[in-house]
Write a protein that binds this ligand. Structure first.
Ligand SMILES: Nc1c(NC[C@H](O)[C@H](O)[C@H](O)CO)[nH]c(=O)[nH]c1=O
Ligand SMILES: CC(=O)[C@@H](O)COP(=O)(O)O
Length: 140
């Protein structure tokens, strides 16, 4: 049994609860344990994972959050750079699933966050576990 760290950017708490529920259900179904770490926004997620990884306690990580377009270019920055930061860590060998929703409005987020609909939190957890199993198979 391994421990997966759920890192959540709690910008929209009610939406994160759905993402967390889906991710937790997927991890528990796979027979693993999970812990949760909270940061303010999606841009903090890569750094939070990098810091938490130093503990050596976690076999994989799931990044969860919701980025909803506003009036400025900041949407592009937050969406692209959080994803890029996660991919940079993945290329260093970290097993990370990206469950950061980047959407136009709350309605789009709900459909994708709801475990009974898009279940993107569960998808991100399953992706993280898939990378973890690959690393177990091919070495650290
Ligand atoms: N607008 C959203 C943000 N913005 C905040 C940034 O992620 C970051 O916390 C801030 O720039 C300080 O470094 N974050 C989200 O997760 N979702 C948003 O819609
Ligand atoms: C994705 C964001 O950062 C967004 O919430 C910011 O809104 P705005 O572009 O109207 O400042």
């Amino acid at each position: 049994m391994a421990t997966i760290l759920l890192t959540e950017a709690r910008f929209y708490p009610h939406l994160n609860e759905m993402l967390l529920a889906g991710a937790r259900a997927a991890i528990e179904k796979a027979g693993h344990k999970h812990e949760t770490l909270t940061v303010p926004g999606a841009l903090e997620l890569p750094g939070a994972i990098a810091l938490a990884a130093r503990s050596g306690r976690f076999c994989a990580f799931v990044a969860l959050g919701v980025v909803i377009r506003g009036e400025t270019y900041h949407f592009e920055v937050v969406s692209s750079e959080s994803a890029r930061g996660l991919l940079d860590l993945t290329l260093q060998g970290f097993a990370i699933g990206n469950g950061i929703l980047t959407v136009e409005d709350e309605a789009q987020a709900i459909v994708r966050a709801d475990p009974g609909q898009g279940d993107k939190g569960g998808d991100a957890a399953r992706a993280a576990l898939a990378l973890y199993e690959l690393r177990e198979q091919y070495g650290p």
